[in-house]
Design a protein around this ligand. Structure first.
Ligand code: PLP
Length: 374
């Protein structure tokens, strides 16, 4: 059976880096659960982070019930049917538009929930349009022009506002954050005196090798010195569990070489089902033991989808049926996005403890496939 294996030691290493940033700046760091939501690791994470952020009612409940600390939520639009329950779970709610603030802000305030607005600094730094919330005609965040129109309306909908939120980065470093922050302060700085907090969103690749952590600390301290009354939040997802897990698979079948001289190797994992970002982003995940030159294989999944290809990898030795293939950096945006297309089972979820022992947290079966299909 294939399995995701979360590496507790690497997870803790990332958490220590993030806590170091919090301790030296007073900035609160939240786990963005959209990237990584393994509740079994939440007691560990909660020793290092201030809480969680959610994109929905279910994620909010998951963070509230399993993690504790602060629970925040943002969505492009909220559903009235879910609002009472959502407000009973969260400490901060971030709305996407003045209209949403007007619709729900008073309800939130009455329940003691702090109200924020996501703004769009219109500084495009993400390299892929699908991951660029500042792309033209984006539906994510309020542009300055729309905010100003709302502020000048007689019945301003923004009386309940206590915080501003922006999220513009995707796997990026300090230089991009500085560009975005400059744009944010130039455009929205006039509002900051009235706010209690600012949330810098996610996409900060703080735990990757070479990230300028010292630079981040001094930039955050600089921001806090300019705005001492503001609480500052970061909400990374990837950075929490970056390189902190693998997906272990096996070779089911090796086909004869194709027209391009490369053999297809069919694995027991699928890009479409078990690592959808490989197709959506798209990217080619790293595999342990590759980098040779003699034997090349194109890895593909066992589904019917012609495009269910993971990438082409070269080894110094030939692969055989039954060989293990280990994909790296598979704790993030994997378990949270996987699916059972074609009736494929979901990989087990396991954790490698500090002493090297591997404990299975969860297995899946036919019922998990069938039970949600009606
Ligand atoms: C609003 C918001 N916050 C946080 C994140 C987490 O981003 P990442 O996992 O890249 O750090 C995202 C990702 O899309 C997001 O949309």
């Amino acid at each position: 059976m294939p399995r995701y294996v979360i590496d507790e030691r690497k997870l803790r290493g990332n958490l220590e880096v993030l806590k170091g940033v919090s301790d030296r700046t007073g900035v609160k760091i939240l786990l963005a659960q959209k990237a990584f939501s393994c509740a079994a690791t939440y007691p560990l994470c909660a020793n290092y982070l201030a809480g969680t952020t959610a994109s929905s009612l279910f994620e909010a409940r998951h963070g509230h019930d399993n993690f504790g600390g602060e629970t925040h939520v943002f969505a492009p639009a909220f559903n009235l049917d879910e609002m009472d329950e959502l407000l009973s779970l969260v400490d901060h709610i971030v709305f996407n538009s003045p209209r949403q603030v007007g619709k729900f802000g008073k309800m939130a305030k009455a329940k003691g929930v702090s109200v924020g607005l996501r703004v769009n600094p219109e500084v495009s730094v993400a390299t892929t349009p699908a991951y660029d919330p500042c792309r033209p005609s984006s539906r994510l965040g309020t542009r300055l022009v729309d905010l100003k129109a709302s502020l000048s309306a007689a019945d301003s909908q923004l009386s309940t506002l206590e915080g501003l939120h922006f999220h513009c980065l995707c796997e990026q470093g300090l230089d991009e954050l500085k560009k975005v922050l400059t744009g944010f302060e130039e455009k929205f700085g006039f509002l900051l005196a009235q706010m209690k907090w600012v949330n810098f969103g996610g996409g900060h690749h703080i735990t990757r090798d070479g990230y300028d952590v010292e630079g981040l600390v001094s930039m955050l301290n600089g921001f806090r010195a300019r705005h001492p009354h503001l609480e500052v939040y970061l909400e990374p997802g990837e950075a929490v569990a970056l390189n902190a897990g693998t997906l272990e698979a096996r070779v089911l079948e090796i086909q004869p070489k194709g027209e391009d001289g490369i053999a297809n190797a069919i694995l027991d994992v699928s890009a479409a089902c078990h690592m959808p970002d490989v197709l959506e982003m798209p990217y080619t995940p790293r595999v342990v033991g590759t980098g040779g030159s003699k034997f090349s294989y194109r890895f593909g999944g066992p589904t019917c989808l012609a495009g269910d290809e993971i990438g082409t990898y070269a080894f110094d030795h030939p692969l055989a049926e039954g060989d293990q293939v280990v994909f790296e950096d598979m704790a993030i945006y994997s378990m949270v996005k996987n699916n059972t297309f074609n009736g494929l089972n979901l990989p087990d979820i396991a954790i490698r403890r500090d002493d090297g022992s591997v404990e299975t947290l969860r297995t899946f079966g036919y019922d998990d496939f069938a039970s949600r299909l009606g």
